[in-house]
Design a protein. Structure first.
Length: 260
């Protein structure tokens, strides 16, 4: 369950300026662009659980119309602060809905968005099904559905690579839930499970990627130069799309297309 308090929100938003945050943001952005195509002007995107809009406001900068759906007023304040630093026309392309995905879905048009995103949200929900259903329903036929969440299949990797071997070993005994770096318990999903869920709702998987293969467990990225981080992004991009590397990533990014 997401715990909305100022400390968690600040820690989370600051994370996006960190090395790990930059890698995640760049990778997810690239994956989405690969499926959205070159013509971005006027595309309609909705982001469920958008946080401070870190991932999505950049699409508004590229000419897309973006709807941020976010229940946390604290996160919304951070998104507004971010938009205030950008040209007015970018803000004019952003609609903010302060609500849960479930509440917003009742108001938003169905089958109309070119891309429906939800990144880092499923892990805080008891089951993926309600949110993935809302996502597929919001996408127009042919529209993109982009889900980023925690992998349930590599729970030992972070602690193991960090040298916390006891925690890593315990991860094999746990169900899907482990404590994330924000101190909040999070649940994992598998690529196969999400693929089945999407297929059952009328969306076929286009691709899946691992995110954080070489970076998730590292806390020494912040001092790295921009060139080193760019190399890391390239490395992660290559590794995140092939086995066996992507299978041990902390995060899985599943991209699907609504068929029906
Ligand atoms: C870890 S943040 C992820 C933010 C952003 N999507 C990103 O990729 O950085 C999780 C967000 O999910 C939001 N959230 C939690 N439950 C939600 C729900 N039922 N519907 C929509 N958003 C939700 C939280 O308020 C929080 O901002």
């Amino acid at each position: 369950m997401w715990n909305d308090n100022a400390q968690i929100v600040d820690t989370y938003v600051d994370h996006f300026g960190s090395g790990r945050g930059v890698v995640r943001e760049e990778l997810v952005d690239r994956h989405i662009l690969e499926h959205l195509g070159d013509e971005l002007d006027g595309r309609r995107i909705v982001d469920f659980g958008s946080g401070a809009g870190q991932q999505t406001i950049r699409f508004a900068e590229r000419g897309c119309h973006v709807t941020l759906v976010e229940p946390s007023p604290l996160m919304m304040d951070r998104a507004r602060a971010r938009l205030a630093e950008l040209p007015t026309e970018v803000g004019d392309r952003v609609t903010m809905v302060c609500a849960t995905a479930q509440e917003a879905a009742a108001e938003l048009p169905k089958a109309s968005f070119d891309a429906v995103l939800s990144h880092g949200v499923l892990m805080y929900l008891d089951s993926p099904v309600p949110l993935v259903t809302i996502m597929v329903e919001a996408a127009r036929p042919g529209g993109l559905v982009s889900v980023l969440t925690k992998s349930s299949e590599a729970l030992a990797a972070r602690a193991g690579f960090q040298g916390d071997f006891a925690t890593a070993l315990r991860a094999f005994e746990q169900a899907e839930t482990t404590r994330g770096w924000l101190g909040v318990d999070t649940r994992g999903d598998s690529v196969a499970g999400l693929t089945d869920c999407l297929a059952g709702l009328g969306a076929e998987r286009l691709a899946w990627h691992g995110v954080g293969v070489f970076s998730d467990h590292r806390d020494d990225l912040d001092g790295r130069s921009a060139a080193e981080l760019a190399t890391l992004v390239e490395l992660e991009y290559r590794a995140g799309r092939i086995d066996p590397y992507r299978g041990i990533a902390r995060l899985i990014h599943v991209l699907a297309r609504r068929t029906a």
